[in-house]
Write a protein that binds this ligand. Structure first.
Ligand code: HEC
Ligand code: HEC
Length: 438
């Protein structure tokens, strides 16, 4: 695979990009004519194209090139794919037990419904309700890995799947084409978690989800490993992935990404750890998610657009994670001063504790893999919001630092983000108290 970007002069070219893209005050303005509008998104191909071109921050990586070649074009490419929206059913704990015991289940097509509504939602609360259902219920392509995983007793618990109300969250039953059942993941597989009050939400992602282990468990049961089309990753990489991380790229490099949290997503100026999308509203997210559904189905179907808009609208409504420490003591106040004195607020600008600028891979010094991958390079990382940061471990784009204490430990061996490493022990304790209070 060509890796043209590596031969660039990153120090110069990418820094200029960072300044041009990240610091421009117009970065968050919506171009005239492309304001959020579900009807235009659903009906006008030029609107969808406009949003794509407006919001990709780097048009020359493989991720962008694929979308620019296939999306938002009249009469060709992804716009003319048949809509997906296969009927699906929840996977109850009982049914999973039966499958693990080797039973053959029949797909009860009569009780399975599609999600696409007869008419578009009339109120914001109807949009939100539909979006939530898409998140938890829209089946991605049935995946032989998950079908096999459900067949292994105890494997769903072991790999971090959640249970709620007697069903497995993040998996759906679909027709296997022969009247039996196959298992399809949903977006909730990685992006849902149980809140401290026991409710199911997407404010925080599923930090127990171990997709590498899921593959390994299935590989162990298949003679000679997985067939080549399923086995894109080395076993060693799957093992070191661990819970709460995924390698979302289709290259052969090991580029783990921490699962991002959707709480407060509406306020982030960029999408993805490497900031490859400007985030200017629901339309950005709708196009980003629509293209994900298409690539997740290898370009065979597209999600009905009323559903991708509803999902995007729902994502935008999720509140930021709350502070871990809701009754902070005086130390937190001192820590706020340390935060300002150490220059943290230059990048993590209150009250959102993020900023509409990006930081080059060289400047931040953390693992450059995800920022420079052949598939999605931008040369940059976004500045994560620190709201609720006490709850969002592990840290950095690749989740390589397990706790806040470790991030500011002067002995830390994980490279990069050297801010706050030269504090006195007292200042450090105060800074940590402050971070837990925001
Ligand atoms: C196997 C785990 C997994 C599944 C399943 C999954 N995602 Fe993600 N998602 C990730 C990871 C990892 C990232 C971070 C990627 C990056 O930063 O480049 C991500 C990033 C995102 C983002 C950007 C968030 C941000 O903070 O910028 C959105 C939006 C998103 N996913 C939506 C979805 C939707 C919609 C689905 C269902 C079609 C889905 N995801 C399914 C792992 C997953
Ligand atoms: C030059 C801009 C900049 C400065 C200054 C800065 N940060 Fe960051 N911070 C970043 C970036 C960029 C990341 C993400 C790096 C990555 O993912 O590889 C980050 C990540 C973090 C994270 C991890 C968040 C997460 O969700 O993974 C914390 C916590 C944090 N910074 C706190 C601080 C504190 C405290 C200070 C001051 C001592 C500080 N930062 C100074 C840019 C900055």
């Amino acid at each position: 695979m060509a890796r043209v970007h590596r031969s660039r002069a990153p120090g110069i070219a990418l820094f200029v990009l960072g300044v041009a893209v990240g610091c421009a005050p117009e970065a968050l303005e919506v171009a005239p004519g492309l304001a959020d509008d579900p009807v235009r998104y659903m009906e006008e191909v030029a609107y969808r194209r406009g949003v794509l071109e407006r919001d990709l921050t780097e048009s020359n990586n493989e991720y962008a090139q694929e979308r620019l070649a296939l999306y938002g074009l009249e009469g060709v490419g992804w716009d003319v794919l048949p809509p997906g929206d296969a009927p699906s059913l929840p996977l109850s704990l009982d049914e999973a037990d039966l499958l693990a015991a080797g039973a053959d289940l029949v797909f009860e097509a009569d009780s399975a419904a599609r999600l696409e509504p007869e008419s578009i939602p009339a109120t914001d609360s109807e949009w939100l309700d539909l979006g939530r259902r898409v998140f938890f219920q829209y089946p991605l392509r049935p995946d032989p890995i998950y079908t096999a995983l459900v067949g292994l007793p105890g494997a769903l618990e072991e790999t971090g799947f959640l249970q709620d109300d007697g069903v497995w969250v993040g998996l759906r039953l679909v027709d296997d084409g022969a009247g039996g059942v196959a298992v399809a993941p949903t977006c909730a597989q990685c992006h849902a978690s149980l809140q401290p009050d026991g409710s199911l939400s997407a404010v925080l992602s599923n930090r127990d989800m171990d997709v590498g282990l899921a593959r390994l468990l299935v590989m162990d049961t298949q003679e000679g490993g997985l067939p080549p089309e399923l086995d894109s990753t080395e076993a060693a990489d799957l093992e070191r992935l661990g819970p709460g991380r995924t390698d979302v790229l289709s290259d052969q490099e090991f580029n783990p990404y921490a699962l991002p949290d959707f709480g407060g997503l509406a306020d982030l100026p960029f999408l993805h750890h490497n900031a490859n999308w400007h985030h200017r509203g629901t339309a950005t997210l709708a196009v980003r998610c629509e293209t994900l559904f298409i690539t997740a189905d290898s370009g065979r179907t597209r999600i009905p657009r009323v559903l991708s808009w509803a999902l995007a609208r729902w994502f935008q409504s999720l509140p930021a994670p709350t502070p871990l420490d809701e009754a902070p003591g005086p130390e937190a106040k001192q820590g706020q001063q340390v935060f300002y004195d150490s220059g943290c607020a230059n990048c993590h600008v209150p009250p959102l504790y993020t900023s509409d600028r990006v930081v080059t891979v060289d400047e931040i010094g953390t693992d450059p893999g995800a920022g420079q991958s052949a598939v999605r390079w931008t040369g940059n990382y976004r500045i994560p919001s620190l709201r609720g940061v006490g709850r969002t471990a592990p840290y950095l784009h690749h989740g390589a630092v397990e706790t806040l204490e470790m991030l500011f430990d002067p002995e830390r061996t994980e490279p990069g983000h050297e801010f706050g490493l030269a504090l006195t022990a007292e200042e450090r304790v105060a800074l940590l108290a402050f971070l837990r209070s925001i």
